[in-house]
Design a protein around this ligand. Structure first.
Ligand code: SF4
Length: 245
């Protein structure tokens, strides 16, 4: 690991400034024009991801769509995955960890998520994502700026120093209301758990319902300092990254 500064990248900065007022569809089309077919989209089938999935499918954009199948997703999430593949003319690739659940338990002990969720996310999410992004020039994420303090500092287009490629965030300026308005307008299927008190859904062992008035992400890793699985974190110590395009 090498400490490097977030050096200015004119191409990325200018693109981000140009796209600041763009619609998510315009940003996605720009990304596809510039980076396809070396453009990936990782979705966990949250409301924001479903908006992007719908837009990608509508425009038949050439994007490598995948989901991180940790092996402990909710049954409702697996069912939604199948439903989306029936609805849209695209394949949603499964990206799985190198260790299955039995191998992880044998090597690190049972229910690693209870003892070391950071390590568990590393094995089941971050490492598989890094592997899946290898060979791509850019990836699309469904983050919104108002979700966490960390996400508030993201740009529409930015250099992802953690994974060494460009990251495109088409929904950065959208609110939760914008997202749900789009899903209702286009009749996009969503995870039924949202109606049972789960505004943000991750792995089964680490997601609990949220009480009225709580932060929408309060049910993720409840009772722990952890708020992100590490996919969108901005590290202070950064790996070396290749030159910008
Ligand atoms: S969210 Fe929980 S179960 Fe899923 S990878 Fe992270 S720690 Fe493991």
């Amino acid at each position: 690991m090498t400490r490097i500064a977030a050096t200015p990248e004119p191409g990325v900065i200018e693109a981000s400034q140009r796209l600041e007022g763009a619609t998510p569809g315009e940003t996605l089309r720009w990304a596809a024009l510039r980076y396809a077919p070396r453009l990936a989209f990782a979705t966990g089938f949250g409301p924001e991801g479903l908006v992007l999935l719908d837009l990608i499918a509508r425009d038949l954009l050439s994007v490598d769509v995948f989901t991180l199948d940790t092996g402990v997703l909710f049954p409702e999430t697996y069912a939604l995955w199948r439903k989306l593949e029936q609805r849209y003319p695209l394949r949603i690739r499964a990206v799985r960890p190198a260790l299955d659940l039995e191998e992880q338990a044998a090597r690190h002990g049972a229910a690693l998520w209870e003892r070391e969720p950071g390590r568990c996310c590393g094995i089941r999410k971050v490492e598989p994502l890094a592997e899946a992004l290898r060979g791509h020039d850019a990836w699309i994420s469904a983050i919104r700026a108002d979700q966490t303090v960390d996400r508030a500092s993201a740009r529409v287009v930015e250099r992802d120093l953690r994974f060494g490629l460009v990251k495109v965030n088409p929904l950065l300026a959208w609110s939760s209301e914008d997202v749900w308005g789009y899903l209702r307008e286009h009749d996009v299927p969503t995870n039924p758990l949202h109606e049972r008190g789960y505004p943000s859904i991750g792995c089964g062992p680490c997601t609990s319902p949220v009480r009225p008035g709580e932060d929408p992400r309060a049910g993720r890793w409840r009772g722990r300092v952890k708020t992100e699985c590490g996919l969108h974190a901005r590290p202070a110590v950064l790996p070396s990254s290749p030159s910008p395009r």
